[in-house]
Design a protein around this ligand. Structure first.
Ligand SMILES: Cc1cc2nc3c(=O)[nH]c(=O)nc-3n(C[C@H](O)[C@H](O)[C@H](O)COP(=O)(O)OP(=O)(O)OC[C@H]3O[C@@H](n4cnc5c(N)ncnc54)[C@H](O)[C@@H]3O)c2cc1C
Length: 424
């Protein structure tokens, strides 16, 4: 048993029951937290109230955010790339919980803008690093008639007798060039401000796009958006994460050098899974930050608002509901961190782990942000208080980076595959 001599208040840092954090980790958390509080929250709240067009206009505070984030060095790719796996497993989630606590749309904007550069660095190819290492980017995967099918790229969830849409955005190999035609979905994040894309496309290598099981051949390619034939649609207006802009990319017989291809034939599918595994893992910790923000607002409000002659925190049911919110935030963080440790550890990475975190945390975040509204009563529903925005942000996360049910189906299939492999 524990030998407790004096009963004290619990010692909770920004991230609750985090038991041991080094001086360096605490310093990184402090820098990210201050940036989130002083820069991201005010800009995120401002952008949330603006139209989708105004969010990306030249005078938008979004550009101020991007500049300040670059200057801060918080997400310096070379610094992060130079960390050991153990450091990545601990430091990336510390940073992203704070950034998303500030504003999840802006946190994800910063992440997705670096996706193509990150992919270029991963190849180690100096030509690609030179061409794409400094460009703002986006991740082109879904198409107007291919949403969840992208998550099911290897075709395990195709209905008997069915086959996946060919899609209207397709690539074909033509000698030493790749020719891309069609349009992405309107959901591609950061497209309106992107200078290039990491594109996962159905591809005709010379014998058609379909495989025997009804799924599609794929290719992964980095595409500069200043090539002839590339254009963009209008920014999309949506419910939550409004500071993260979206829009279509149109490709009209765009010719890309084959040297910009980062994965083809058999390697394109694993490359996509690698990107989704990273994205889902990130979503897990980011929406832990959103849930925490909602809990903190509700806790503070419960100490201010008086009803029945006392601050509402004195009412037993309010106290209990706040405890359950805190418990859920801790559960989200514990799972999200466990998945970072697994993915950067000797047994990982695996999409099953990332889906486990992303779906649990985003679903739980919806519960926590909804309860925060409840604790604020009528005020919780108004734009004067932050809780309704946090709820809309959380609700959006159940569909972004793969809709939670199709992700769950994919995860369940991995559980079964693993069981069969172990037990025969
Ligand atoms: C905020 C946000 C950011 C996004 N960012 C990007 C981005 O950067 N790049 C990008 O390419 N895309 C992006 N997306 C698109 C996102 O990945 C898709 O919206 C998501 O994959 C779901 O696709 P869908 O909207 O077409 O829904 P659909 O695929 O049409 O699904 C509709 C419903 O049908 C169900 N369903 C579909 N297929 C099956 C099946 N086989 N079995 C059982 N049920 C099924 C789904 O579960 C869902 O409930 C983003 C979306 C959001 C909301």
């Amino acid at each position: 048993m524990f030998n407790i001599e004096k009963v004290m208040n619990p010692n909770l840092g920004l991230t609750g029951f985090d038991a041991v954090m080094s001086e360096e980790e605490l310093a990184i958390q402090d820098v990210a937290h201050r940036f989130a509080a002083e820069v991201m929250r005010p800009i995120g709240e401002n952008l949330d109230k603006m139209s989708a067009e105004d969010v990306i206009a030249p005078e938008s505070p979004l550009w101020d955010y991007i500049k300040k984030m670059d200057e801060s060095g918080i997400l310096d790719l070379e610094a992060i790339g130079g960390m050991s796996d153990d450091e990545k497993a601990r430091i990336i989630p510390i940073i992203f919980e704070e950034l998303a606590w500030g504003d999840c749309g802006l946190a994800l904007t910063s992440m997705v803008l670096k996706f193509p550069a990150f992919a270029a660095y991963n190849t180690g190819n100096p030509e690609l690093i030179e061409r794409f290492g400094k460009l703002r980017g986006c991740w082109v995967a879904t198409q107007p008639d291919k949403g969840s099918e992208i998550v099911d790229m290897e075709g395990t969830e195709i209905h008997p007798g069915g086959k996946q849409n060919k899609g209207n955005l397709v690539a074909r190999v033509d000698g030493d060039e790749l020719v891309i035609t069609g349009q992405s979905s309107a959901w591609v994040s950061a497209t309106p401000i992107a200078e290039c894309g990491l594109c996962y496309l159905p591809c005709d290598y010379g014998d058609g796009v379909y495989k025997e099981n009804g799924s599609l051949n794929q290719i992964a390619v980095l595409v500069p958006f200043d090539l002839p034939g590339v254009s963009k649609g209008k920014p999309l207006d949506k419910m939550g994460m409004r500071s993260l802009c979206q829009g279509e990319v149109f490709f009209d017989e765009v010719r890309v050098p084959m040297s910009y291809v980062i994965a083809d034939k058999e390697s394109a599918f694993p490359s996509f899974i690698g990107a989704l595994t990273f994205g889902n893992m990130e979503m897990g910790i980011s929406f832990t930050g959103v849930a925490r923000a909602a809990y903190e607002h509700a806790l503070a409000y419960a100490h201010e608002r008086k009803q029945g002659g006392v601050a509402i925190i004195e009412h037993q049911s309010v106290k209990l509901r706040l405890f359950k919110m805190q418990q859920k935030v801790e559960a989200c963080r514990a799972l999200a961190l466990r998945v970072f440790a697994y993915n950067y550890g000797p047994k990982g990475p695996h999409l099953l782990a990332s889906i486990t975190s992303k779906t649990f945390v985003s679903d739980t975040c919806v519960e926590v942000t909804s309860e925060a509204i409840q604790i604020l009563g009528g005020n919780g529903l108004t734009k004067e208080y932050p809780t309704e925005k946090l709820f809309r942000d959380a609700r959006t996360a159940q569909i972004a980076d793969g809709e939670n049910n199709i992700l769950g189906l994919k995860a369940a299939r991995w559980l079964s595959k693993e069981f069969i492999a172990r037990n025969g």
